[in-house]
Design a protein around this ligand. Structure first.
Ligand SMILES: [Zn+2]
Length: 408
């Protein structure tokens, strides 16, 4: 008698449900809690909540939080009835969500663990199959997406992420103010981004004032089509990257030419030209200074690249434009083909680069998200398909309300 009351209390089970029996199966290291219904209950449809005509009952079981290391299972005969609209349905129970084999408290525990450890580790610790763990995660995300309402959408970022190196791209839309992933689209197509814009109401779309992105035509098209009033801000790191790559091309070519003449000054310097000199150790700094002050082509390309960074320090459009035209002239006269080409790309996109002066946003603002996505990829050995990757990103980076409804 005592143990029944105890379980009734800790499970938070109330009328008409009650704990009928508690049994300990020592061999299986399991505690079985049988829950029954007191009195007659009019079964209500779980979908429309209308009374159903009586039908029968089916035995079901749910895994609950362990009791002193014993696996604890709740079982109950749950009535089914016939709803005029929805057919034969089983009534809902207060300790679990529909369709789950776990109690709400157990799912909550699993969700807490999943936010801190890999799916494989959680499966091992809670003695669940990988499939069960993933099921909990998927339901949590579905629940969170249903509860979510979009707000504060003024500044968003669109970025691409590779699922596996070199292929399977995803489109990630981020709320830059909140640092939350709003949408994960497959591929990096116009449609992948338009799907996000289409999911918003007119009012929500109207909130978007600026979108940070790479100079990627598909994202530009989607944004111009769906949110024509929003400003596009080309991500400054992506823009600079074009010139950084040009410096590297110049270095490779020059290195080859020098080595033919027995000059190996540029050998092994690739990363020196990519590293911020301020982060270099003293010895490295001294050696690099000699290189960059030399008359090498690579040094010239590097100086052009470094100077471009100043573009983002201006406050006024006119001043920024006159700086840029000086810079562009210098790059054009550099006689370095890769640099000239990169400068042309930057020039063609200048209008939507200078929008930064009004909306200083970049995708690197959501650095926390980038490192989480890296972690997800790292712990993703069990992922068989992109859908699972998508679920994991929304689970960890969506800032969603993931828990099931609390037991009453
Ligand atoms: Zn119904």
């Amino acid at each position: 008698m005592h143990d029944k009351e105890l379980y009734q209390q800790i499970l938070g089970i109330g009328k008409p449900w009650f704990v009928e029996a508690v049994e300990l199966d020592k061999d299986r290291e399991e505690i079985q809690i049988k829950v029954g219904l007191k009195g007659s209950v009019v079964p209500c449809c779980p979908v429309c909540e209308k009374a159903m005509s009586g039908y029968d009952s089916r035995k079901r079981s749910w895994r609950h939080l362990d009791t002193c290391q014993y696996t604890t299972i709740i079982t109950a005969d749950v009535p089914r009835g016939t709803c005029q609209e929805h057919g034969v349905r089983q009534i809902g129970v207060p300790w679990a969500e529909r369709g789950s084999q776990f109690t709400a408290l157990f799912e909550r525990l699993a969700i807490d663990w999943l936010t801190e450890a890999s799916q494989t580790a959680v499966a091992r610790r809670l003695d669940l199959s990988w499939r069960e763990v993933h099921g909990i995660m998927k339901r949590a995300v579905a629940r969170g997406l249903l509860r979510r309402d979009f707000h504060d959408l003024e500044l968003i970022g669109v970025d691409e992420k590779a699922f596996k190196k070199g292929h399977n791209y995803f489109t990630l839309v981020t709320n830059l103010k909140e640092g939350a992933v709003l949408h994960v689209g497959e591929e990096r197509t116009t449609k992948a981004l338009e799907d996000f814009y289409d999911a918003l109401s007119d009012e929500e779309r109207g909130e978007i004032r600026a979108v940070a992105m790479d100079m990627w035509p598909a994202y530009i098209t989607a944004t111009e089509n769906k949110v024509p009033d929003a400003k596009i801000v080309f991500d400054k790191f992506h823009v600079v990257k074009h010139v950084v790559d040009a410096v590297d091309k110049v270095r490779r070519k020059e290195n080859k030419a020098l080595r033919k003449q027995g000059d190996d000054r540029l050998v092994g310097t690739k990363y020196d030209w990519l590293t911020n000199p301020e982060r270099m150790k003293n010895q490295q700094k001294r050696e690099f200074r000699a290189l960059r002050d030399s008359s090498l082509k690579t040094a010239r390309a590097w100086a052009i690249k470094e100077t471009l960074g100043d573009l983002w320090t201006y406050s006024y459009g006119a001043a920024a434009r006159s700086f840029f035209s000086r810079w562009y002239g210098w790059a054009r006269r550099s006689r370095l083909e890769p640099v000239k080409k990169a400068a042309k790309t930057v020039k063609n996109h200048l209008n939507n680069i200078l929008t930064y002066l009004k909306f200083p946003i970049t995708n690197a603002m959501s650095e926390g998200i980038n490192s989480k996505v890296q972690w997800i990829k790292y712990t993703a050995r069990g992922f068989r398909n992109p859908e699972n990757f998508k679920t994991a990103i929304l689970f960890h980076c969506g800032k969603l309300q993931l828990y099931p409804h609390q037991m009453s």
